[in-house]
Design a binder for this molecule. Sequence first.
Ligand code: GLC
Length: 751
Amino acid sequence: MKKTGFLLFALTCLACVQAAAQQTSVKDIDRKVNELLAKMTLEEKIGQLQQRAGDISTGTAVAKDDLMSQIRSGQVGSVLSNTSFENKIIMQRAAVKETRLGIPLVFGFDVIHGYKTIFPIPLAQAASWDMGMIEQIERIAATEAAADGQDWAFAPMVDVSRDPRWGRVMEGAGEDPYLGSKVAAARVKGFQGSDLSSPTAVAACVKHYAGYGFTEGGRDYNTVDMSDQRLREMVLPPFEAAAKAGSATFMNAFNTLNGVPASMNKYLVSDILRGEWGWSGMVVSDWNSFGETIVHGAAADETDAAAKCLNAGSDMDMAGSTFQKGLKNALDKGRVTKAQIDEAVRRVLRFKFQLGLFDNPFVRLDPKRRAETLEKPEYRQFSREAAAKSMVLLKNEGGILPLTEKSPFKRILIIGPYANSHTNKDYMSFWTLGLGMRYYDSTKVVTPAMALKPQLEALGFSVSVQEICLDATCTEKDLSVAIQAAREADLVIACVGEEGLNCGESRCVSDLNLRDNQEQILRVTSRNNKPTVMVLFNSRPMTFQWANDNVPAILVAWQPGFEAGNALSDVLTGKVNPGGKLPVTFPRSTGQIPLYYNHLKTGRPQEIFGTMWTSGYLDLPSTPAYPFGFGLSYTKFAYSDIRLSKSQISLTETLEVSVDVTNTGGLAGDEVVQLYINDVAADIARPVQELKGFEKVNLAAGATKTVTFKLTAADLSYWNQNSKRKADPGKFTVFVGGNARDVKSAGFELK
Ligand code: GLC
């Protein structure tokens, strides 16, 4: 007993020492910040609020003015999107040795799905529902980015979206705020680690605050208008989770929210983020989004824009000149105070202290560490595993997959625009800036053909490859090649989808169908019932109604990154039993958008397609092609009925929800057991389902596992019409299953 007591005492002391140390360091940093601030001129202060573009434009044209002279004259606090390690050393040396106060620069970069080693796109990673994997991906990405001189990642993007026409759906975690919150926290922890001053840590930057995923028409940068109720319930939870996880910075969004541009939206930045959530980090604009408040028509000129953005609580001007041109005037005219400018500068300086840049401005500019770190083989191996875990099997009629020695096929054809592409960042996305923009070494990418041909031949298959419809346009010649090639095959693997460069920001589409009649490939290869596997390389939900009805096997591979081919081969040959689950609803048609699982019931829900006087269409069922949370396996899982620990709980009690999940097939496999609730009768209409828990389990063939979730009144609460988060007593239904549609249910009551 004595020993345990002593151990407990020692641990408590250690925790106190650590907390005290942290407290000291915070106090210590604030003291140093204030000492430095007191020495600064107004120009030097405004200089710290300036982020200049490096050698890549990820928005409007990069300013051509001379960056080095601005750095030397103390007009620059940060540089973004610079891909040259050597140039960053030169710039940092100029900032530290050639300016009056020697304040170091902080380098920011878009680290969206890997830095030099490219991983599956974030939406694909979310389909793994594996938070440990996601955190580890960001840990690797941070290690590479920091080794290459980047201090700050402009990620995670946590925008919930229900509109796949929007090109940036690929950057987030899909349509659900609960899953989005778990992913957001995992990414922040992965980037920042436990010590922001570590040479392998980069600061996170939660974006885009807020509402960007709800732009009208799915068109980038467009208008966002929503109730406070929807903002609180659907948009803000991942941002709050990221703030609570300790993200050092936030980024404004481009859009207006209810008429007010996010960069000058005091309600968002000051009242909620800094006020309600008590977050004290630094807010950077998006690319010239301060200046764009003038274009929005919500500011008259730079002075007005500078005043409104600073007053809202935003601190740093990315790739714009609004603060440079307008902030001094705003001060002279009394639109802002010296104290407000000081507070913004304090946040920037504190951020740099936290990153260790004052202790060592070259902490992430170490050539030796760079040489040892970039593109380690184990990073690539992890990318392969992550890509395989992210793939989602939508159809597998007749058990066509996996392809093994036992398969009845001998001759396999791999065909399509993405059978063996080495261009246009295929299998990746626009957001792989660390590889360079146009001319990057695409030999690093393992294509489907490069992996599948040898790996299937090793299993005894004969394999042919036909690259057709290159640049995703299918000609008559392409189709005649496809007809001929399919005749000589027993099984066709058709690799279709989206060009990598067409995935990401400013890549919105009006039609979600496979582009440029790629579906024709499937039609011709499927003739005479030739077994066809459709492999989709996509950055968003897409529609493929004909394939849904006619192609026996469909695998969503997303944009899988460097190891696309090996991951695909691991899944198609069964080395990896696919366990991915959709983080976004796949609609039948673009016309159904927005279509999402956590919708309200309406007063006239359409239970049966075609029922008059109900909410639906004449020409299409109002159900999706594939629901949120959906994904098949090469094995099958059975769910017992739900067992509840109580039939009712009080506001202070916990309800336990249990099910037995059994692997009834012949292969071990992963299953994501999902828990949803419905508030049957509340003070306002509530979603028909809300995800409130999930657990990813791996079960051997024939094995059973009891999965138990805990629910409290907090899980049942919502942002009500009195702007309070509370649970309404009354009936609730709980659902458990392997997706949002195929569920078991049970009822309970909150007293
Ligand atoms: C872009 C994006 C933002 C990115 C920034 C810097 O326009 O909206 O997500 O981090 O500019 O590249």
